[in-house]
Design a binder for this molecule. Structure first.
Ligand code: ATP
Ligand code: MG
Length: 503
């Protein structure tokens, strides 16, 4: 396995939570200047292991060594002192503060007298970090005005600012597009050249194979394997992750397409969208591709009434409607799985069961009385269907692993049985096995006549799942391809170049 002069060595790490043993005597070692991927299904224990390394959680058992010295990491401050920094799966930025304030929170550069914060210096240093990452973000901008991808890059800049020797990145690419991921990879490679070690967690195995030197697989809290990346292929890794061979990745049935359920013409939100025409049939899965900032989220949010449309017309099942707010869209038979599920969708302090059935409440309640046994059954059905890993239905959402929280949101909309379902990045942060389940569910919905619209930055997913693909750029739809015509190259070309391409 890893040599005696491993930079970091975690040995026999165990950690239990009520009802779950998240880690069972896990060994994990990282060399200096190595990019070490850590993979496993949702709930396998990856984040827990990293939280122990970075002082956010205490292990029950086990030992951590840095350069053969036993170290105690009892707090994030301890970890920082030891040169370990972390990019969290749940972004930890404070929305109301500026980018620069977030990066230097608690260690702001001071004036010579040490009394005042030297704001000019702070923003200058922050900007230099962002520029180094090629991020087009103003260090004086408020974090709340940034896209998720931009926030992610600010997290990277923050980690960079600690001058760490080891950076744990917990799904840093899950909300990045290919191009942004490429920029991050360049940064990671330059870190590596400087001898900085990186632990890289990702559910996108193609990325892992592109960037990692070694790969460690966890399953059900146990260490399964550590290999050099050349020794394995994607299939083998998947098999170790899920403990069995997976079925076909993108099964696709031919579904008879039906009448148009949603049609928008000349739609504008007064900010990002430019005269968007779109139609969606029952039984169809429509993929929306494009780079971050192309207007994909603006489009789906406008359709669902999250933001008002200022121009154009929307027809639902042939009827002209004015969708003023999401409640209205829901009454019209629409469902929407938003991109930023943490902020918009989950009630973190409520239980899995309540989160699951909250949308279906009108169906399972009579006036003011909720039928709890119905709620229980409905919740149980979807926990099983989506393989949501939770000790029981009463578990608080905030205690589920990241991927499992996302499954709860998707399941919640499925309980509503919408006629039109819009999903914004539905499988972000979801492991391969569950991705297959979610795609199968989307197929099943289409088969049942539901019109499905999916925004995704994961091109293989867009190509694999969609019957038809629209590409957006600068608020417009710039290309349309049938499933047969579409290729990764065509989509990338349309998404990035100035030429319009209507096939
Ligand atoms: N604070 C907590 N309280 C209770 N259970 C927890 C807590 N944190 C994590 N768990 C449980 O520990 C297990 C491992 O979770 P962890 O977050 O480490 O998984 P993960 O591999 O990072 O998954 P994902 O890919 O979904 O992010 C899960 O079953 C999770 O529900
Ligand atoms: Mg995690």
């Amino acid at each position: 396995m890893s040599s005696n002069h491993a930079y970091l060595r975690m040995q026999g790490i165990s950690k239990s939570f009520p009802g779950v043993q998240a880690l069972k005597s896990v060994d994990f070692a990282v060399d200096r200047g190595e990019i070490h991927a850590l993979v496993g299904e949702n709930g396998a224990g990856k984040s827990t292991l990293m939280k122990i390394l970075t002082g956010a959680l205490l292990e029950d058992e086990g030992q951590i060594q840095l350069e053969n010295q036993i170290v105690r990491i009892n707090s994030p401050a301890d970890a920082q002192q030891l040169g370990i920094s972390m990019i969290h799966q749940e972004l930890s930025l404070i929305p109301a503060l500026t980018v620069g304030q977030n990066i230097f929170l608690g260690r702001e550069p001071r004036s010579r007298t040490q009394v005042f914060i030297d704001w000019q210096e702070l923003y200058k240093q922050a900007q230099a970090l962002l520029d180094q990452l090629n991020v087009k973000v103003d260090s004086r901008a408020n974090v709340q005005d940034l896209s998720i991808a931009q926030r992610q890059m600010v997290e990277v800049a923050k980690a960079l600012s600690f001058n760490a020797d080891l950076i744990a990145m917990d799904e840093p690419t899950s909300s990045l597009t290919d191009r942004e991921t490429e920029i991050l990879f360049q940064v990671m490679r330059s870190f590596k050249e400087k001898g900085i070690s990186i632990i890289f967690i990702s559910h996108r195995l193609e990325e892992v194979f592109e960037i990692a030197d070694r790969i460690t697989v966890l399953r059900d809290g146990e260490w399964i394997s550590t290999n050099r990346i050349e020794e394995l292929d994607v299939d083998q890794v998947v098999r170790m992750m899920v403990g069995r061979k997976l079925g076909e990745l993108y099964p696709k049935d031919d579904i008879q397409q039906q009448e148009i359920l949603l049609q928008a013409t000349n739609l504008e939100d007064g900010r990002e969208l430019r005269s968007v025409d779109i139609s969606l049939k029952g039984g169809e899965i429509l993929g929306i591709a494009g780079l971050a900032g192309a207007g994909r989220t603006a489009l789906v949010e406008t359709l669902f009434g999250v933001r008002p449309s200022v121009k154009g017309q929307i027809k639902i099942m042939g009827r002209v409607v004015r969708i003023q707010h999401p409640g209205h869209a829901i009454r019209l038979g629409m469902g929407f799985v938003p991109e930023d599920r943490k902020l918009q969708g989950l009630f973190l302090n409520m239980a899995v069961r309540e989160n699951l059935v909250i949308s279906a409440l009108p169906e399972i309640s009579r006036i003011t009385f909720v039928d709890f046994s119905k709620a229980e059954n409905l919740a149980r059905e979807f926990v099983e269907k989506l393989k949501i890993r939770t000790p029981n239905l009463r578990q608080l959402i905030r205690n589920l692993s990241g991927g499992n929280q996302q499954k709860v949101i998707i399941a919640r909309w499925l309980t509503l049985k919408p006629r039109i379902l819009i999903l914004d990045e539905p499988t972000r942060g979801i492991d391969v096995a569950t991705k297959v389940e979610i795609h199968a569910l989307m197929n099943q919905l289409a088969k049942d006549g539901v019109a499905v619209m999916m925004v995704s930055s994961d091109l293989p997913e867009v190509l694999g799942v969609s019957d038809r693909i629209l590409v957006m750029r600068a608020g417009r739809i710039v290309a349309e391809y049938s499933r047969k015509e579409a290729t990764q190259d065509k989509i990338m070309h349309a998404a990035t170049s100035g030429r319009e391409n209507h096939a």
